[in-house]
Design a protein around this ligand. Sequence first.
Ligand code: PMP
Length: 431
Amino acid sequence: MSDGDDERRRDLPDGGTDDVASAGDDVRADDTELDDTELDDVREGDRFTPADRVDAVAPSGIRAFFEVAESRDDVISLGVGEPDFTAPWPARSAAIASLERGRTSYTANRGTPELRRAIARHVERYDLSYDPEEEILVTTGASEAVDLAFRALVDPGDVVALPTPTYVSYAPGVTFAGGEPLPVPTYHEDDWSLTPEALRAAGADEADVLVLCYPNNPTGATMSREELSGVAEFCREHDLLVVSDEIYAALTYGDEHTSVATLPGMRERTVVINGFSKAYAMTGLRLGYALAPPTASAAMTKVHQYSMLSAPTTAQHAAAAALQRCDDEVGEMRREYDRRRRYLTARLRELGLDVAEPGGAFYAFPRVADVAPDGDDEAFATDLLRETGVAAVPGSAFGDGGAGHLRLSYATGMDELKEATRRLESYLAEH
Ligand code: PMP
């Protein structure tokens, strides 16, 4: 995997550089590329045996796919799960200024008071109200917040319901914490929305925790207040805690984002997770946060305090400025994603592929089962890449529920999207 992401970065129109995305992009798919041979090599050379919890996590099956992608230089990657924009200038300049002023120490465990106050003010736009002293924790990316929620709240043997297709980190995180992931299939026919029926059918009434991710990675699905209310009722009835990963909240294209914590009786049982990687194009600054009632927040802060001390200081300065001064830039990026979203879904439909309307995030998740060899999405993705140089992530990388689908990221420039869909069109015409 190359680290040469700089070439695909795009500044907003009034920003500094104007890099054109290269065709030879990295096609990382959220770090799903760990494979067995790597672990085996390690085992032969030393005296360690990975802990059972770590061994229990299945390696990703898409390594071969990425090797093909790396071996050619005409690849258009719709595989990446990160913005092709650079972080807005006010956020970057605040980071630079903080370094110039010598702000290079740890911060408070929970994060700087300024950032926590800015977060409290920011989330009011989603009708969320959290106390910066006791209910807000700044983390090293939303990734740390997800991990902390599982480590702080899941006891060994606890069952954690995961709607699938699912973002790749949840099941491993649950397993590392000693919990048991319970897949809850969601369906293309329901626009990938989670229903109480799906929860019941999967046996989630026996679960201890439910993970929600709307807008969703990988499907782009969003859930309205009405849709969420059935899920919320299920959680109250069966006493489930909720970990709600809302990292794509600001990238919602239709109705305003609804946080499940705003539904009656839900705030007290929900950890809301958000971050700066997506909406503010700050993936490399590694900053996120968790909002939770005092008991959960204190438990998460305890784990964070011993494992991390505090989130990166420079990034916290950038993040405070992002929240206070970057609404316009976020709006611009959102409008651009929306333009690409509409283009991509229309083109996919034109090509005869069935795709649910993605209401948020930056992914489309079309069905390819009818056009794939033996209906197999991995074979389709590998063949498409080999023949056309278009890289996309096979849906089965996101759990069984994603089989027969393909995740296409539109965090990729319009020109590449046009060329990628043109290549897809000729591929489909030939097969
Ligand atoms: N949650 C979801 C749903 C994501 O897609 C990602 C990034 N791929 C993360 C969390 C992790 O984000 P961060 O960079 O803030 O750790």
